[in-house]
Design a protein around this ligand. Structure first.
Ligand code: AMP
Ligand code: GLY
Length: 433
């Protein structure tokens, strides 16, 4: 039995905790609150992770406090959920104290932390991605867009919690975005350098590989739903639901992603002196069977993790600990049969100005067979569980077919309610028609 510190407090961390807590391969739906294989501490966790272990009120991005906590708790492994502590060097700071951690070093986390760095690595590695140019001067950037004569995608170089990408629909809109980022400094330092990219057509997918520096273990391909409303309308969010497997990622596409994207990227990172350990989340755009990279993330997707965890036929501890040790040679990734689908239940006014503090009802109602509930923005208040963020719960199911997983997941959603709750009713629509 290992002692594990899970850093973060979203449905990603609740799901990873459930995968880690379950005896090898035993998580078959369910929230993992049954028998525990390992001892878990969450920082900061949420009301759901209390069923799996202890919560300690330390912010995920407080690097010094997380290192102190890991030392005090004498943990065998730290699993880092979100990107910010990774780009701040949490894994390096833990390594300096001799503490093993799952996640890339600060240098390797630049694959997500700097879009200019990411594009440079793709170029060096010959990875298929959108053509691009990098600017720190607004006039030069706008001249580039005008010369192109078509709207380009404007991306802030640094981390912006999902607010740094403008898929412009006109030349003027692209120029305005450039001015807001470089001149207006609306995104702070993160937007002082911008990447201008060609617009890629196609359908998106989320492809996760767990890496040990040289080897990569692919997980089942998933698809997220970024827009807040049904039919992919409304503003972008962190993700309103996910499902796996995503049929757009055929076995041929998956094989091409491994040979044309993942392995060359791992080689280029090693050559750059920043070997990549942790999970590489490849954001793909797939057009007529041809995958191109939209972005790299250096952590698990949320809500994607809530379908990846129940679909892995294997031991989550062996996978994450093997990556952290730098040796995944013995790990065999198998995917369970069937499909998983999960729906994000969000609070009133998410994503703009989410309401909090509303009591959640129905969490204790018996869930339908195969269904599970992972918490995100929740907090325990006495005997009640109340909303504490925009994305509140991710409610899902694993079943023999995707259609069945959807029906069971939505039956579980229907039992839970709070004032102002909203969710999409069409998760999985691209695969289900
Ligand atoms: P990113 O954070 O780079 O993934 O961008 C956020 C979202 O913007 C992606 O999930 C896509 O929907 C969209 N996007 C980013 N880059 C492009 C591109 N080159 N072409 C089309 N859509 C894009
Ligand atoms: N669901 C997309 C992300 O985690 O970035």
């Amino acid at each position: 039995m290992a002692r594990i510190l899970v850093v973060g407090g979203g449905s990603r961390e609740h799901a990873l905790g459930a995968g880690l807590a379950a005896p090898s391969g035993a998580l078959d739906g369910g929230d993992g609150s049954g028998a525990r294989a390992h001892e878990l501490v969450f920082a900061p966790g949420n009301a759901g992770t209390l069923a799996l272990g202890r919560n300690v009120a330390v912010a995920a991005s407080d690097v010094d406090a997380i290192v102190e906590l890991a030392e005090k708790e004498r943990v065998d492994l730290v699993v880092v959920g979100p990107e910010l502590p990774l780009t701040l060097g949490l894994v390096d700071a833990l390594a300096a104290k001799g503490i093993r951690a799952f996640g890339p070093t600060r240098a390797a986390a630049r694959l997500e932390g700097s879009k200019a760095f990411m594009k440079d690595i793709c170029k060096r590695a010959g990875v298929p991605t959108a053509a691009y140019a990098v600017f720190d001067d607004a006039e030069a950037a706008k001249a580039h867009v005008r010369a192109a004569g078509r709207p380009l995608v404007v991306k802030a170089d640094g981390l912006c919690a999902g607010k740094g990408v403008v898929v412009a629909s006109s030349v003027d809109e692209a120029c305005e975005a450039i001015d807001r980022m470089i001149v207006g400094a609306e995104l702070g330092d993160a937007g002082r350098v911008v990447v201008l990219e060609e617009l890629l057509p196609g359908e998106e997918a989320s492809f996760h590989v767990v890496c040990d520096g040289t080897r990569a273990v692919p997980l089942v391909a998933a698809q997220d739903h970024k827009r807040v409303f049904d039919g992919d309308r409304g503003p972008n969010t962190g993700g309103m639901g996910a499902y796996a497997p995503a049929p757009i990622v055929t076995p041929e596409v998956a094989a091409e992603v491994m040979t044309a994207v993942v392995l060359p990227t791992l080689r280029a990172m090693a050559d750059a002196g920043a070997p990549f350990r942790g999970v590489l989340f490849v954001g793909l755009m797939i057009d007529a069977g041809k995958p191109r990279v939209l972005e790299f993330n250096v952590r698990f997707g949320d809500p994607e993790t809530t379908v990846l965890v129940p679909m892995l036929d294997g031991d989550w501890f062996a996978l994450l600990d093997g990556a952290a040790r730098g040796d995944l040679s013995a790990f065999e990734a198998k995917t369970k049969p069937g499909a998983a689908l999960a729906v994000v239940m969000a609070s009133e006014r998410y994503p703009a100005t989410p309401a909090t503090g509303d009591a959640i009802e129905g969490l204790d109602a018996p869930a339908p067979e195969g269904a599970y509930v992972y918490h995100a923005g929740t907090r325990r208040e006495g005997d009640a569980v109340v909303t504490a963020g925009g994305r509140v719960l991710t409610v899902g199911a694993r079943a023999a077919t995707l259609a069945e997983a959807r029906d069971v997941a939505y039956a579980a959603v229907a039992r839970i309610r709070w004032r102002g709750e909203h969710h999409r009713s069409d998760i999985g629509h691209r695969a289900l028609g």
